[in-house]
Design a protein around this ligand. Structure first.
Ligand code: GAF
Length: 393
């Protein structure tokens, strides 16, 4: 997925170790790895207290880290020439550290704000999670840093609280109003499973998702579409959902059952609001239906739900772009059982559920459709559900 990196590039964990030893002339105390994620289904439902079903990718961000005296944090990244260095004053001022370093400072801020004595540290980051492709590179960075600092400082940080802290870093320090899905996925997913998350109470069920046994594969296709106004559009969708919940007199759109949808729509003032609500309410139901099918081992049958989710994002929530719609249509025309955009929208990736022997044909068809329309060629990856964040041996 990462254009330009040679096939024989060193393993990401080795790159993080090398970044640490070359940058600091010392060996790290440990290395922590956090994955990117794709969301199988359940988009823009997390901040509506609803349901999501992501799984972790085999692509990982690795942080090599060691202690540093005092309240000082120094961070090197393989994508930057110079380290980012900050102390307590910068960590305690949201937004003060910017760019990729902001996610690290945000984690320090969220931990300190929650009352933890965060140890000073030196860190080196390497990553195979592509940036800006909607595969949660930022959540992977937050999760790896959070786990490294917790271990280095011996912090008593229950696993179930970690996603909220990482999300706080993003919402409160970086300033992106995202939900809880991405941080939960990268911290809590298990290999071979999708994570069925109730975003209201954060309860989870690990749903077996054995693609090999079903003779299937998930093809992830990076649309390479430039993210146009993604941040502002995300915030405006979120605000529209919150306004609609207010109008309907419910705490969140999750509280509108699909059986009551028509009655709820009748009470809304305009067509756009009705379409936003219809997306969220029907998407929550599609997540539950997908989970039911997976529990019953009927994996191929989830295809139509994925495709219906895409149509809902395209027509009702209006968060797709031409490259994304082209990729989905071409994948379906080439025999995918289902396909949809995954992630926040306005670019990013699609996923397609395909017969294991159809992966190449579907990827080729998408590339051909792109070439016909003059879009930048997409990149592809076959994704098997991988583990969440771990300390490496
Ligand atoms: C982004 C956000 F970070 C998530 O919280 C979620 O809302 C997603 O978009 C859309 O489902 O990844």
């Amino acid at each position: 997925m990462t254009p330009g990196r040679p096939a024989a590039a060193p393993d990401v964990a080795d790159r993080a170790t090398a970044g640490f030893s070359q940058g600091y002339d010392a060996q790290p105390a440990g290395r922590w790895a956090a994955p990117g994620r794709v969301n199988l289904i359940g988009e823009h439902t997390d901040y509506n207290d609803g349901f999501v079903l992501p799984f972790a990718l085999p692509l990982r961000t690795v942080v090599a880290a060691g202690p540093q005296p005092g309240e000082r944090w120094t961070v090197r990244s393989e994508i930057a020439d110079r380290p980012v260095d900050f102390g307590a004053a910068e960590a305690d001022s949201p937004g003060r550290v910017t760019g990729w370093g902001g996610y690290v400072a945000g984690v320090v801020w969220a931990l300190r704000e929650a009352g933890y004595a965060v140890p000073g540290a030196r860190l080196a980051i390497a990553s195979d999670v592509p940036l800006g492709s909607g595969l949660s590179s930022s959540a992977a960075l937050e999760a790896a840093v959070l786990t490294a600092l917790a271990d280095l400082g011996g912090l008593d940080l229950p696993a179930a609280h970690r996603p909220r802290l990482a999300q706080r870093a993003e919402n409160g320090y970086v300033g992106a109003p995202t939900g809880i899905m991405d941080q939960s996925a990268v911290l809590r997913c298990r290999a071979g499973h999708a994570l069925f998350l109730d975003c209201r109470d954060e309860s989870v069920e690990h749903i077996p998702f054995d693609l090999d046994a079903a003779g299937l594969a998930i093809l992830v296709i990076d649309s390479r579409a430039p993210h146009r106004h993604a941040d502002g559009e995300y915030a405006s969708r979120r605000a529209a959902c919150e306004r609609a919940a207010d109008l309907l007199g419910v705490p969140a759109l999750r509280d509108v059952p699909v059986a009551d949808l028509d009655a709820a729509l009748d009470r809304l003032p305009d067509d756009e609001t009705r379409r936003r609500v219809r997306h969220v309410v029907t998407e929550n139901q599609r997540v539950r239906d997908t989970v039911e099918l997976l529990r019953a081992g009927r994996v191929p049958e989830i295809g139509p739900l994925l495709t219906a989710s895409h149509a809902s994002m395209r027509d009702d929530f209006e968060i797709t772009v031409p490259e994304i719609d082209t990729a989905v249509e071409a994948a379906l025309a080439a025999g995918a059982l289902g396909a949809r955009m995954t992630g926040g929208g306005f670019g990013g990736c699609i996923l397609a559920l395909v017969g294991a022997d159809r992966s190449d044909a579907v990827a080729t068809a998408v590339r051909a459709a792109y070439a016909e329309r003059g879009f930048t060629a997409p990149t592809t990856l076959t994704a098997l559900p991988a583990p969440g964040t771990t300390r490496l041996p």
